[in-house]
Design a protein around this ligand. Structure first.
Ligand SMILES: [Zn+2]
Ligand SMILES: [Zn+2]
Length: 210
């Protein structure tokens, strides 16, 4: 392990821009109290410090406020929506807020996406190579189901994934992932699938190239 001498790490940075150096509209976009609410598609309602609510549409880069309508300016509301998207306070266009079905964190998913909803960290897709935390064996994800471990019945045993003896340490509410052993995956046509609680499988950065 290499420790970094704290004194060597002396580069100082600000996390927000220095508002005294920004043009006034840009500064106000950062510092004024505003509420931004997604309204669907690419539109956002922005309530400003003065209490007025304006509609920003990112698709045509417009705002219903006088500053934009009359003076054609890149107003503070348009800027604020962009800031709130960048800082992940509101979803980008075409996305909605959702709770990750695996870890419970708030994430953004495409509007209308079928469950399960998974955050970036928990997302698994067919072809992803994962490692079984119990055996260390590598598997290939075949499907991410929308069933919880205590709902999914393993046909061979008639018991649920949650009741399977080696799954005792994993939450019963985990969603179930079907996977094939990497060593079987090359075997055609249809390698046997096994069902696992999501948190039993550790992500790797490998993918099976078919
Ligand atoms: Zn505006
Ligand atoms: Zn998650």
């Amino acid at each position: 392990m290499t420790l970094i001498d704290p004194a060597a790490d002396s580069e100082r940075t600000a996390l927000a821009p220095d508002s005294s150096r920004l043009p006034s509209r840009a500064a106000r976009a950062w510092t004024e109290r505003m509420a931004v609410r997604p309204r669907g598609n690419s539109t956002y309602a922005v309530t400003s410090e003065s209490g007025h609510t304006y509609l920003v549409d990112l698709a045509d880069h417009s705002c219903s406020c006088p500053d934009h309508q009359i003076r054609g300016e890149q107003c503070k509301h348009l800027r604020r929506v962009a800031i709130e998207i960048t800082t992940r306070r509101v979803p980008p266009p075409g996305h909605q807020r959702a709770r990750c079905d695996a870890c419970g964190e708030v994430t953004f998913v495409p509007t209308g996406a079928d469950p399960p909803h998974l955050c970036e960290r928990c997302r698994l897709a067919p072809g992803d190579v994962v490692r079984d935390r119990e055996t260390g064996k590598r598997l290939v994800v075949a499907a991410v189901t929308n069933d919880h471990a205590d709902e999914y019945v393993i046909a061979a045993t008639g018991r649920t994934v949650a009741d399977h003896e080696t799954n005792g340490g994993y939450p019963a509410a985990d969603i179930v992932v079907e996977a094939t052993y990497l060593t079987d995956a090359a075997r055609r046509p249809d390698p046997k699938r096994y069902a696992f609680p999501h948190s039993r499988l550790a992500k790797t950065d490998e993918q099976l190239v078919v």
